[in-house]
Design a protein around this ligand. Structure first.
Ligand SMILES: [Zn+2]
Ligand SMILES: [Zn+2]
Length: 426
């Protein structure tokens, strides 16, 4: 085969580089020495396994539990970021559709996941709140779920209204749970704050300050957040068009997470948008990659994080290239289970490797046995007659008689655990 002069030169350059690399590798400081590699000893791995690393007292760990779009897919849930602090506090920022199963794979006791900050009330930013509310309680949260979120231009467009209606939607669900499980976690505690507050404090406990400011997205109401603790600053835009509040209040962020939408041509090619609609949604409702870069060039965080796009091999390049037209600082293109360990000296970015077949995480406090009185209290609170929560004679008439096999289960438990568990006679 005949080679051209140019390609022969290229081959020689590559060969020389390999030779130099080999020599440096043998003698330079960065060399992987023979002692680091062994056929039998365990080797370091550059990924995060939940519950395998202590969080240092001065360290912040952020885990992406959702980075995608309103239509969730197996690879990406919708917006959700968990912030864990070295003082033991944990906070969820948005809890978008599909994020609850990501949260469960982290195997964190649910009593520690009792604080949620919602940026706006699109389903892809709070669609999994119901799962966290009900499922979190079933899996060990014995504390009320505390929820912070913005007001709206009218009460019906605020967080309090949305959560009240969600709980109301679950009336049937809750009615059947009271009296058969520890129901202390089946309550919510909502703090709705004025969406027009500019960098105002919405949370201040245990050395942690969380501030909010207005975002521009959809209609009035959305906000962005900053969490400040131990001289570290985490910022989360939720969804917004680029805005001057963010540019001012997100300054000095260590980790700045801002939405960055799918590039317009990909919206047309892969999402079925008309060009007219893609241009509007991709540049006017959301932050286009080029505009994301402009925001980050303005606030100059230690690490910029772009999320809210489907991150695939054939679409990520366009997002990256477009961001780079306007920003060349540190950047993470987020995907689910990306992890940032943030200290004053370092920001380490890795992926988490998680389990899929998870059960309940350990309980942070012991569960309590159910009380039938809980059902009466719930019925009263919901304005229901207590009798409406019991099976009717009609439904009871369909019972199959399996007492002979169920009774021994109670007898077994009584024997093994050394106390009496009476068999329910109805
Ligand atoms: Zn939105
Ligand atoms: Zn969104």
């Amino acid at each position: 085969m005949k080679k051209s002069g140019a390609s022969l030169a290229a081959v020689l350059v590559v060969a020389a580089a390999i030779a130099i690399g080999y020599l440096v590798g043998r003698t330079g400081e960065s060399a992987v020495s023979a002692q680091d590699v062994s056929p039998t000893a365990a080797m370091d791995r550059d990924y995060y396994v939940p519950n395998s690393e202590d969080l240092a007292p001065d360290e912040m760990r952020v885990i992406a539990c959702g980075t995608g779009m309103p239509t969730t897919r197996a690879a990406q849930a919708a917006a959700c970021f968990l912030v864990e602090l070295g003082n033991g506090d944990k906070f969820l920022f948005d809890v978008g559709s599909g994020s609850a199963e990501r949260i469960s794979s982290l195997q964190i006791p649910y009593d520690y996941l009792d604080k949620v900050f919602i940026g706006h009330l699109h389903a892809d930013h709070f669609g999994a709140l119901g799962e966290l509310f009900i499922g979190g309680s079933l899996m060990g949260r014995h504390l009320p779920l505390r929820i912070w979120g913005p007001s709206g231009p009218v009460p019906e467009l605020g967080t309090q209204y949305a959560v009240d209606k969600m709980v109301e939607m679950f009336t049937w669900d809750l009615a059947g749970r009271y009296g058969v499980m520890d129901s202390r976690g089946l309550t919510v505690d909502v703090t709705e704050f004025d969406y027009r507050g500019e960098n105002h404090v919405v949370y201040q406990e245990n050395g942690v300050t969380i501030r909010a400011w207005p975002a521009i997205h959809g209609i009035d109401g959305p906000v962005s957040y900053a969490l400040e603790w131990n001289d570290l600053k985490f910022v989360f835009s939720s969804d917004t068009y680029p805005n001057t509040w963010f540019n001012e209040y997100a300054l000095d962020a260590d980790l700045a997470i801002h939405e960055c939408f799918v590039a317009v041509p990909a919206m047309v090619a892969k999402m079925g948008f008309t060009p007219e609609s893609a241009l509007l949604v991709g540049t006017q409702i959301h932050t286009a990659p080029e505009a994301f870069g402009k925001v980050m060039s303005t606030i100059k965080p230690r690490m910029a994080v772009a999320y809210h796009f489907f991150k695939d091999f054939d679409t990520t390049g366009a997002v990256f290239d477009r961001i780079h037209k306007t920003y060349d600082g540190p950047l993470s293109l987020a995907e689910d289970f990306m992890v940032w360990n943030v200290t004053k000296d370092d920001i380490r970015v890795r992926m988490a490797v998680t389990e899929e077949h998870t059960w309940s995480p350990p309980l942070a406090a012991p569960a309590e046995p159910p009380s039938l009185n809980d059902r009466t209290v719930f019925a009263k609170g919901a304005g229901l007659a207590t009798e409406s929560l019991a099976f009717s004679d009609f439904t009871k008439s369909g019972y199959m008689d399996v007492d002979d096999v169920l009774r021994p289960i109670f007898e077994e438990a009584s024997e093994v655990l050394g106390r009496e568990f009476p068999y329910p006679e109805n």
